[in-house]
Design a protein around this ligand. Structure first.
Ligand code: GLY
Length: 362
């Protein structure tokens, strides 16, 4: 233990001044073969259907240029930036229950690591291809643990992810989009309640309140597990019936500063669930429309990565540079808006919020 102990890990919400962050890498990223959790996520007309294998060297290089430039910009603003250590994603993985053809990558740390106060929690994850992704963050977490005597390193129970964790017959080609929207409105998602499942990117932090999306990647048992794990927090389950592919909350619901949120207008929070925000003086605005009508090639995410912004202090927000409508909306709301070219990185796991995870906010 250091002679000069100091706090390294401390972050309670999505907007206080950011001082230390992890930014992902595109190196070695693969499109994994299909699996029970991923099939329902890929629309029938997506260019990702039937495709798997390592991403091309050219696309990895282009994504890394943007990730590196983003990291540099944050560093130039005095924010310490750490990067994960990629493992060989293009290899078969197995547990006693299943084997899978490859892993995914380590571009979106937000999906895997949830920082709550002085704790970094490795999520269960809900895709087999992402079962070992936490390993990319272990070198950093080990350093934080060694440097910071108050830091808590936690890992949620690794799920079995057998066939019992997924519903049969939830494939895109056997369900129309209308049927799917009905299923989602009834909270009928691809994952079962066999075991706790959550991805860290389904959780938003509001100080002592955690807002968690119930959807494809997080089940009720996962939310229950979070509730028991954080007994000093209030854990709120939310869902967004307009989203046919409810995976990760951060292209749907985005806190910008204390008291102000933007919500994807196609995925409105149900009125009943809005009450708690209204009661506490929070304003929920419709997010601006995306500037693009389709995502870049071979991208898992929707055009709504436009609202996947990274707030670096209550007055300053990073927005993807081509998202002119989102830039304008935030500018009009009085933010200092930093345009960040990032579309080449989108296919590797999302936008500016996805590609980061907090270590320290003031
Ligand atoms: N759930 C991420 C998106 O809208 O693409």
């Amino acid at each position: 233990m250091s002679n000069n102990p100091k706090t390294v890990v401390n972050s309670w919400n999505e907007w206080d001044p950011l001082k230390h962050v992890i930014v992902g890498r595109a190196d070695g990223c693969c499109i994994p073969p299909s699996e029970p959790a991923s099939d329902p996520k890929i629309p029938i007309d997506s260019d990702m259907r039937g495709v798997h294998g390592p991403r091309s060297v050219e696309t990895v290089a282009k994504a890394n240029l943007q990730l590196d430039a983003f990291a540099k910009l944050l560093e130039n603003r005095g924010i310490k930036v750490d990067r994960p250590t990629p493992i060989t994603f293009n290899q078969e993985i197995r547990t006693p229950d299943w084997q899978h053809g490859s892993m995914f990558g380590c571009m979106p740390p937000r999906d895997v690591i949830l920082t709550v106060g002085n704790e970094m929690l490795e999520a269960t994850m809900s895709y087999r291809s992402r079962w070992f992704e936490y390993l990319c963050y272990r070198p950093l977490i080990k350093t934080y643990f060694d440097q910071d005597p108050g830091m808590r390193h936690e890992s949620a129970p690794k799920p079995r992810l057998t066939g019992s964790s997924y519903k049969d017959n939830y494939l895109s080609d056997s369900i129309s989009i209308e049927e799917r929207l009905e299923m989602v409105a009834k909270k009928n998602f691809v994952t079962t309640e066999e075991e706790p499942l959550f991805d860290a990117a389904d959780v938003l932090r509001f100080g002592k309140d955690l807002v968690v999306q119930h959807g494809f990647t997080t089940n009720l048992k996962g939310i229950n597990w979070l509730n028991r794990h954080f007994p000093d927090h209030r854990v709120h389950s939310v869902n967004f019936p307009g989203d046919p592919y409810p995976i990760h909350i951060d292209a749907t619901f985005t806190p910008l500063r204390s008291g102000l949120l933007i919500n994807n207008p196609e995925r409105a929070l149900p009125e009943e669930q809005k009450k708690i925000f209204a009661k506490n003086g929070w304003e929920i605005l419709d997010a601006a429309r995306p500037a693009h009508n389709k995502p870049p090639p071979l991208c898992y995410s929707s055009v709504w990565l436009s609202m996947n912004v990274l707030v670096i202090d209550p007055k300053t927000v990073c927005v993807e540079a081509s998202e002119v409508n989102q830039l304008e909306q935030l500018d009009k709301l009085g933010f200092n808006v930093l345009p960040i070219p990032f579309r080449d990185a989108y296919p590797f796991g999302g936008g500016l919020h996805c590609s980061t995870t907090d270590v320290y906010r003031e």
